[in-house]
Design a protein around this ligand. Structure first.
Ligand SMILES: Cc1ncc(COP(=O)(O)O)c(C=O)c1O
Length: 314
């Protein structure tokens, strides 16, 4: 039987199977190789394409999401475009609550994918704060209490973790062929970390799973929160993060993350955002502590295109 060329999933067929690229050695590594999984090559431009269908399918199965309902979520500009693609494939309107602390490109992208946007004014010029997060979550809670709205509630959604475990986690395991020594990634919802972390612990229990958080808001390692510039990272304690799956926590500073994002484009042609810069700062740090046979894997979460207005690429 011939496989049909098209399905109702449309562009979602292009999600996944992203390349895993080895970074050039930077001279100070202790010999361990660092590999980056290019998740910005997904159709909405970030890792978030991995989990949106899993969330919507799960909500439909539970009877929480029904035809005619509007999906609502708060987002800094990665989940938004990804949800827009999945909602369009399934025929649900989407309302996104966001904040002016995110770059204009991120806000424009969400609108471009057809979402209805509500932008909350930022609280601090220093970066995102926990008050900004509260403004967005409170507004989503208000909307979700109205009839015919369904909140995907990404900070509490286990279906999302499962989406990452089955797709991203399995791909990384296949691509590294059992040779991964450490995996690190930043914590926003913690979905990526948990999904990949669970897949790793099932197959490679000795592989280190490392959470990365902003140095300006070290909630997991020090219980302290503050403003930071690592857009997409919550800087708080996400309820999804199970510390039994996490071997250690590392922090990355705003300046070193920004410098790494800018240099990655030049040294390795990886044009990615600030949280990716932070991921690579920590991956390189881990590599320095490991040996020549070791392999460290991290994620290029989203594209540098969404950060052009920050001027970080010169
Ligand atoms: C740019 C960026 N980096 C990292 C993350 C963190 O991913 P997760 O929510 O899976 O922890 C996000 C989440 O929105 C993001 O937008």
């Amino acid at each position: 039987m011939n496989t049909p060329l098209t399905t109702d999933l449309g562009i979602l067929r292009a999600v996944g199977n992203t390349p895993l690229i080895q970074l050039h050695a930077n001279g100070s590594d202790g010999g361990a190789s660092v590999f980056v999984k290019l998740e910005y090559l997904n159709p909405s431009g970030s890792v978030k394409d991995r989990m949106t269908l899993a969330i919507l399918d799960d909500a439909e199965r539970r009877g929480q999401l029904k035809p005619g309902m509007t999906v609502v979520e708060y987002t800094g500009g990665s989940t938004g475009p990804a949800l827009a693609l999945a909602c369009r494939a399934k025929g649900y309107p989407l309302k996104l609550v966001t904040s002016s602390c995110f770059t204009p490109e991120r806000l424009a992208m969400m609108a471009a994918f057809g979402a209805d946007l509500e932008v909350m004014p930022r609280r601090s010029p220093e970066g995102m704060t926990q008050e900004d997060v509260a403004d967005m979550t409170n507004r989503v809670a208000e909307l979700a209490s109205l009839p015919d709205y369904f909140s995907t509630d990404q900070f509490h959604n286990q279906a999302m973790v499962e989406g990452y475990r089955q797709t991203l986690g399995q791909e990384i395991l296949n691509q590294t062929g059992g040779r991964m020594t450490a995996f690190c990634t930043g914590v926003g919802t913690g979905g990526t970390l948990m999904g990949v972390g669970l897949a790793i612990k099932e197959t490679l229990p000795d592989c280190q799973v490392v959470a990365m958080e902003p140095a300006g808001s070290p909630a997991l390692s020090k219980g302290v929160v503050g403003p930071h510039k690592l857009q997409g990272l919550s800087g708080g304690k996400s309820p999804l993060v199970d510390m039994n799956v996490v071997d250690s926590v590392e922090t990355a500073g705003d300046d070193e993350a920004i410098a790494m994002a800018a240099s990655l484009a030049k040294t390795d042609g990886i044009f990615a955002g600030i949280s990716t810069g932070a991921n690579v700062v920590v991956a390189r740090r881990l590599a320095e502590r490991l040996g020549p046979d070791d392999v460290v894997v991290t994620i290029a979460v989203d594209s540098g295109m969404k950060y052009m207005s920050t001027g970080i690429f010169g």
